[in-house]
Design a protein around this ligand. Structure first.
Ligand code: AHM
Ligand code: MG
Length: 344
């Protein structure tokens, strides 16, 4: 029998400390329920015939997996009814989802990626859910919410979290008072606080990047990775290790546990795209968590959480993780380009 703090207990106690209304706790509870339902579906996998492609594309022009569509639906159904939200935005929906008329409207906005890293589902590698809660600028008024209401910098997030569906299911959360991790006890259906006050080590010798894009990277990222690869013989005078799971949630989770740097930087692969990852429901929530755990998060040129979003589905370069490594990469971006690079 477990004897730890349940997530429900943790949320209610935190709410008492900050004197918040029960609305926020209750919203978080619905999000947690959605993550449990998704965890159950993901773990059943091929047994319930939900792997493979859905035969459709999302707003990014990416092929949707059946589970992308199903998990998006799970998130909507869990969160639309209780009266805490005014609208939702998702990686899987072109437009925002306004709360239907039959339900009361609330004061929060929810943005999410219901199943990040979904290219990993069919090969049975960890995937996750990422979410971010914002206040609706319309407050409790009955005025209709628009996509523009979502375009707030990451510094305004009320709460951010992710669930990682790995060997165990974990939920990691911040509401601006540090980061806490909970593990799902499948037998009792409750998340238990197993990783209180998570901290990212400031130094690290592990980096994560999709090296197949190397020829498209900018000079500062080329330089950083090159110096890591040179190991003890290079300017860093130490050996580095590399990981690439292609599942941002798993990658960020590893960094929260043992440090490291994760990069999906700006590249020239597709000049129309500033990066691969999405600001509102991937980069911002992960940046909030990483910063709250003592890490740093940047595009290389600016703090991600201070960016003024222009679009719900905006893409952004992401460099996050152990503070001293991220700061080093930022400093490389700040150096004037060499004459040969400037001419290129
Ligand atoms: P998705 O939201 O379509 O799953 O894409 C995001 C994922 C991240 O989890 C991961 O870091 C990245 O895409 C991997 O990209 P790549 O396949 O280029 O390595
Ligand atoms: Mg995603």
């Amino acid at each position: 029998m477990h004897n730890g703090t349940t997530l429900t207990q943790f949320i209610i106690e935190e709410q008492r400390q900050i004197g918040a209304s029960g609305d926020f706790s209750s919203l978080l509870n619905d999000i947690v329920t959605a993550c449990k339902v998704i965890s159950n579906a993901v773990h059943k996998g091929a047994l319930i015939g939900i792997q493979g492609s859905a035969g459709s594309e999302n707003v990014q022009g990416e092929t949707q997996k059946k589970l992308d569509v199903i998990t998006n639906e799970i998130f909507i159904k869990s969160n639309e009814w209780a009266g805490h939200l005014a609208a939702m935005g998702s990686e899987e929906m072109d437009d925002i989802y306004s709360i239907p008329r039959q339900y009361p409207k609330g004061k929060y906005l929810l943005v999410f990626d219901p199943l990040d890293g979904s290219s990993n589902i069919d090969v049975n590698i960890s995937v996750g859910t990422i979410f971010s809660i914002l206040r609706s600028p319309k407050g409790m008024s009955q005025e209709p919410v628009t996509a523009r209401d979502f375009l707030q910098p990451g510094t305004r997030q009320v709460c951010a979290g992710y669930a990682v569906y790995g060997p165990s299911t974990m939920l990691v959360l911040t509401s601006g008072h540090g980061v806490n991790g909970f593990t799902l006890d499948q037998n009792i259906g409750e998340f238990i606080l197993t990783h209180p006050k998570m901290r990212i080590p400031e130094d690290s010798t592990e980096f994560a990047i999709n090296a197949s894009n190397e020829r498209f990277w900018e000079a500062p990222v080329q330089r950083y990775v090159d110096e890591c690869l040179k190991g003890v013989e290079g300017p860093r005078k130490k050996n580095f290790n590399m990981r690439w799971i292609a599942s941002m949630v798993a990658e960020v989770h590893r960094i929260l546990i043992r440090g490291g740097v994760f990069m999906y930087p700006k590249d020239t692969k597709d000049p129309g795209k500033a990066g691969k990852l999405r600001l509102m429901y991937e980069a911002n929530p992960m940046s909030f968590i990483v910063e709250q755990a003592g890490g740093a998060s940047s595009t290389g040129r600016e703090r991600i959480m201070e960016m003024a979003p222009a679009d719900l589905h905006q893409r952004v370069p992401v460099i996050l993780g152990s503070k001293n490594e991220v700061n080093r990469i930022i400093s490389y971006h700040a150096e004037p380009p060499k004459a040969s690079e400037a001419a290129a």
